[in-house]
Write a protein that binds this ligand. Structure first.
Ligand code: SF4
Length: 215
């Protein structure tokens, strides 16, 4: 184990810096041994921000819904082959009120856009969005009047996962990137400021509702 500045926790040994041998004849204790010794004492140093970010990054609850073919790849990450529970994100929720990650897996039709936005609005803060695949990122091959040309027109996207469809490993990589983003962020402990979001579209229209403003 090394003294990495990105680690959320620091032990007494890490805070004290590298070990210096008492004299030339004594073998210096390795960094791993020193940390193990300190952990056995039950003492670690950290900040509230690090703990909050660490907890949030390692307990992401995705919203369980899929829109098109990409959703099949999304379902695969929950199985034993890819096992998203290694990253703490296996608890797919059936209600947006219990989820903090929306994985937009598939193309978003204009008719579906207000529904998706409503689900996003029902998710509690803090919340994140992954645009999975070419269709949700930019419309993909469906450059036509029926498909939203990128879900970032109606919700703020944190991570884009390219591909058509992306492999489950690519989605896992996207989740790991989101974890990095959460760990590097300044945690908001509430009350949460309103994020700058796209306006809510009306069914059948790509134009925002007049006077609706950010939700
Ligand atoms: S990106 Fe490809 S696989 Fe994903 S929804 Fe679009 S067409 Fe289907």
């Amino acid at each position: 184990m090394t003294d990495r500045p990105d680690l959320p926790f620091r032990t007494l040994a890490q805070a004290a810096g590298p070990a210096k041998p008492a004299n030339e004849l004594v073998m210096p204790m390795s960094e791993g041994d020193r940390i193990r010794e300190e952990l056995e004492k039950g003492i670690v140093f950290t900040t509230v921000a690090s703990v909050v970010n660490w907890a949030r990054a390692n307990a992401i609850w995705p919203l369980g819904f899929g829109l098109a073919c990409c959703a099949i790849e999304m379902m695969a990450i929950a199985g034993p082959r890819f096992d998203v529970s290694r990253f703490g994100a296996e608890v797919f929720r059936g209600s947006p009120r219990q989820a903090d990650l929306m994985i937009v897996a598939g193309r978003v039709s204009i008719k579906m856009a207000p529904v998706l936005r409503q689900l996003y609005d029902q998710m509690p803060d803090p919340k994140w969005v992954i645009a999975m695949g070419a269709c949700s990122s930019c419309g993909g091959v469906f450059n036509n009047y029926a498909i939203l040309q990128g879900v970032d027109k109606i919700v703020p996207v944190d991570v884009y996962v390219p591909g058509c469809p992306p492999r489950p490993e690519a989605l896992l990589h996207g989740i790991m990137k989101l974890q990095e983003k959460i760990l590097a962020s300044k945690p908001e402990l509430g009350p949460f400021p309103r994020k700058k979001r796209g306006t809510r579209p009306e069914a059948g229209s790509t134009q925002p509702k007049a006077g609706s403003g950010a939700a």
